[in-house]
Design a protein around this ligand. Sequence first.
Ligand code: ARG
Length: 326
Amino acid sequence: MRALRYPLIGTAVLLLVAPVPVRAGNRGIIGGQAVKVADVPWTVALASRERFGPVRSGQFCGGALVSRTTVVTAAHCLSREVLGVEMSEAKDLRVIVGRDDLRGGAGKEIALKDAWVNPAFNPETNGGDVAVLTLAEPVTDKAPIAMAKEGDAAYKPGTEAGVYGWGDMFGNGAYSPTLRGALVYVMEDGMCRQAYPGGPEGVYQPSTMLCAGLPRGGRDACQGDSGGPLVARGRLVGLVSWGSGCAQAGRPGVYTRVSAVAALVWAHSVDPAPGAAPPAAPPPAQPPVAPPVRPPAPSVAPSASPQVAPPAPGAGKRPGRRPRWA
Ligand code: ARG
């Protein structure tokens, strides 16, 4: 039933054949509304025109900018199931920043310098659904979003959270050309467990996942929103990961718990975690070595104490550099 879990490819192909007309006043992410990317500038689209066609800029997943050169997304977005080929064969993967309407050319498309897909991602449970993309050039005009840390109050059940993306608006393959968002609520682990005790879609694991939605359903992320941000109290708390259908009562959306993977993300980012020790200053250039000059023998004993060479600048203990790639 794997093909049913990520029906994006088939839908994308369908979209190429019969583009979905844009309906004015439509609802979704599901049950959401239009959002300006300027208001959520860390929301990015993942795209490959080669794999998904030129319609909607080739968008197929979402992501979140967490530093100038680091985007987090879902591991399953980069799987063969979604891409149709191994990631290494998808040559034109791009991150799109600052583009509300995927039919236009606003904002910027940035190539990837590197991509790390969590090797511990488990497609059976959906546990560990995170990947780190390193951008070929830094984003300097959009603020990244802070990742929630362990114990963040934003994880308290009942907290309001926004989820953003260009995915399916009705659960029928009608992908949105424009960015949309929906307000949902962080749910209690007990409810999430009850909804997903272990089934073909995945298994709810509170240590690495959280679930969010409305008890009566009606608002949710859906296909094509994967990897995109769930934000509460101004922090990135989740990444769209999985669910059973979309927006159904008793079937909340399940998200990668960002606090559980933040350390992994920084370990695979070229930018240091905020608050981490700043990198040691580069050693100053050595002063040119002057040729030894034999001073003329003084005719009288010097009155001043002999000159002592000052210590080489930068000598002494320097803090070790943080490894850039763990
Ligand atoms: N796996 C889907 C994707 O690849 C996301 C599903 C989210 N489902 C939900 N009910 N929240 O886009």
